[in-house]
Every structure is written in structure tokens, then in C-alpha cells.
Design a binder for this molecule. Structure first.
Ligand SMILES: Cc1ncc(COP(=O)(O)O)c(C=O)c1O
Length: 344
């Protein structure tokens, strides 16, 4: 069937009430009235549209890539099930909801932050849903898939020196904020307590519920450290026996996108190095090998930091007699398909 464009063009724009009640939207998706109610702090407490789908991700038990000792089981939270495809939907949502609730984020302000990609993609998705412009500082060498996704959501990107990695992006975001403080809402994910609180309020309780409280070890990679600090704090609050293990790259020059080598990086303000029970490191080559293994043996296409945390979990399984290890898989492998390690 062919559209009659002439008729389409003379019709008035369709209007419909959004689930926010007071907001009216046109078919372009942009709110026409901005006196809407702020987002709830937890997405499952009535967030509108796709935002209500953030969290409650599956917990997967491995079938093929498993410890030699069958009294140790490994489970992963599959965070690419979030609407913008990564674990960062959780903190990005909460930081924005908190900004709306406190009045720091108002219609017309631009959301500004530094991100190695996934938080930026999450801001871009949420900004599109809420009608905010999003401006991101990102190291130039992040992979092409992430750049394409940001463009698809309509975000504006400022590329920073790849040699300075995520720290260069942080410095640039801080400079822009200093120059024009009234223009921006700057969540500052590295220093914002809403980042780890998002995991304390959602990821942690989900893991406790999904394992019936039987999780014995929790391992997460360190980027902003929100996943480890927030989920770990919740698990420690509820489960006396739990061990929390932090994983990071083994050297300053690494290919574990999204993760920080703490000794050589700007340490996030939300990180407490005394909190984890143990610290482990993983080589980029080992993470790449694990990503390929998970694709070819488990049928699971994961991101590089997921490969790294799986490697850490398998290493750790050899140090314990029995237990249930839960890891966070922050994103899926479709964001890294242009990388050369797949060819090995
Ligand atoms: C792919 C990936 N893995 C791991 C992390 C680390 O998560 P967190 O910032 O909660 O420490 C990030 C953070 O951006 C990420 O993008």
C-alpha cells in the first residue's frame, strides 16, 4: 500500500497523553509541555516507557564454560538485557532521576558527562526519552559501534585524546562545566553516590532474590566502581558469608574497555579500596580468549570486560572447595565486533 503524502501532510499532528500524566507529546516524541512529574528513583516504581524496563536482568548459570570442580557454580547477570544494552542504564537512570527530583536537572539543561561509552549510550537513550540534549566527552579510540550508537540516539560527542584514556575525557567534561555551569547538568558518574546506590537498590536485591541468598562470592570489574561498591554493599548488608572481589586490568595500557587500572588512573571518589575482600587482575589477551570461548562454547556473545570477569571467576573457582560465584557481565559482544581479536 502506498501512502498518500498529500493527505498525510494536511492532517494535524497526532497528540496523545503520555504515562507521565501531565505531559503531552507529539508524534515526534518531544514533550510539548515540560511541567511533568520527575522520574521515580527506581525504574520499577513506575518509570514511563522503555525506562521502566531497566533492571531485572536474567541471572544465567553456565553450562559449558564451567569450573573443573563441579561443587563450584558460576552465574552471570546479563546486563545487555537493559534497554540501551548495558549495566550503565541503572546508574545513568538513577543519576538523572535524582537530578530531576532535586531540581538540579530542569528542562532546557544539557546533560554533560565523561564516559568510555556505555554510560554515554545510557544517557543518550534516557535523554531521548525525556527530551534532554546530551553532550559527552569520550576518548577518540572507543570502538566504532559505540560512536554509531551515540549518533543513532542523537547525542553530541566531544572526542578527547586517546592517549589520556577516560581520564582525558573527565578533565574535558570538568573544563566545560567550569566554563558554563548554568548550561549543564553534570552527573559526574565517578563521584556521584547515586551511581553505586542504583546497584545497592536494584542489582544487589535482584542477585539475592535470584540465588535465594545462596551466592557466596561476587566479582565485578572496576570502572567507576559503582557496580562493585553498590552491589557489594547490599550483598554484605544482607548476607554474612559473602566475599566481594574487585577485578581490574593488569597494566595501565590495556584493552578492557570500561575498566580502570586504579594504580595509574584518577581514582573515582565513590571507590573505597578497603571495601573489597580481595583484588584480582586480568590480562587483556586472557579476556579476549575468554570472549571467544564464551561465543564458541557457550553460544554467548559478550563484551571484553565480561570475558575478563569470567576469567577472574574461573581462576577463583580453583581457590575454593564449594560455592556460587556471581559475576556482572556489563555488556554484549555486538559492541565490539569491529575489534581484531575475533579473528584469532
Ligand atoms: C563495558 C564495561 N564494563 C565494566 C564497566 C564498569 O562498571 P562500573 O562503572 O560500575 O565500575 C563499565 C563501565 O562503564 C563498562 O562500560
Amino acid at each position: 500500500m502506498r501512502f498518500n503524502y498529500r493527505i498525510m501532510n494536511v492532517l494535524p499532528p497526532l497528540k496523545f497523553s503520555s504515562s507521565l500524566g501531565s505531559t503531552t507529546e507529539t508524534m515526534s516524541g518531544k514533550p510539548t509541555s515540560l511541567n511533568r512529574s520527575p522520574l521515580p528513583l527506581r525504574p520499577d516504581e513506575g518509570a514511563p516507557g522503555v525506562l521502566g524496563r531497566i533492571g531485572n536482568t536474567p541471572l544465567y548459570e553456565f553450562r559449558q564454560v564451567t569450573p573443573k570442580n563441579d561443587r563450584v557454580k558460576i552465574f552471570a547477570k546479563l546486563e545487555w538485557y537493559n534497554p540501551a544494552g548495558s549495566v550503565k542504564d541503572r546508574p545513568a537512570y538513577r543519576m538523572i532521576a535524582h537530578g530531576e527530583q532535586t531540581g538540579a536537572l530542569k528542562p532546557g539543561k544539557i546533560i554533560l558527562d565523561a564516559s568510555s561509552g556505555n554510560t554515554g549510550i545510557a544517557y543518550a537513550m534516557i535523554g531521548a526519552c525525556r527530551g534532554y540534549q546530551v553532550r559527552l566527552c569520550i576518548p577518540k579510540n572507543v570502538c566504532i559501534e559505540r560512536k554509531q550508537m551515540l549518533a543513532a540516539y542523537g547525542a553530541e560527542v566531544i572526542y578527547t585524546d586517546p592517549r589520556k584514556s577516560s581520564d582525558g575525557a573527565i578533565v574535558e567534561a570538568q573544563r566545560l562545566m567550569r566554563e558554563n555551569p548554568d548550561l549543564y547538568f553534570y552527573p559526574d558518574q565517578y563521584n556521584n553516590d547515586q551511581n553505586w546506590t542504583a546497584h545497592f537498590e536494584t542489582t544487589g536485591p535482584e542477585i539475592i532474590r535470584q540465588t535465594g541468598g545462596q551466592v557466596t562470592h561476587f566479582i565485578a570489574g572496576l570502572g567507576t566502581t559503582g557496580s562493585l561498591m553498590g552491589t557489594g554493599r547490599r550483598l554484605k548488608k544482607e548476607l554474612k558469608h559473602i566475599k566481594v572481589i574487585a577485578m581490574q586490568p593488569d597494566s595501565p595500557f590495556h584493552g578492557l574497555e570500561g575498566l580502570k587500572h586504579m594504580e595509574s588512573a584518577i581514582v573515582p571518589g565513590i571507590y573505597d579500596a578497603n571495601f573489597p575482600d580481595d583484588q584480582v587482575s586480568v590480562r587483556t589477551e586472557d579476556a579476549h580468549e575468554m570472549v571467544r570461548r564464551l561465543a564458541r562454547e557457550e553460544g554467548m556473545l559478550v563484551g571484553i570486560s565480561s570475558g575478563a570477569v569470567m576469567k577472574a571467576a574461573l581462576n577463583h573457582s580453583e581457590r575454593i572447595e564449594t560455592g556460587n560465584i556471581v559475576v556482572i557481565f556489563p555488556d554484549g559482544g555486538d559492541r565490539y565486533l569491529s575489534e581484531s581479536f575475533w579473528k584469532a
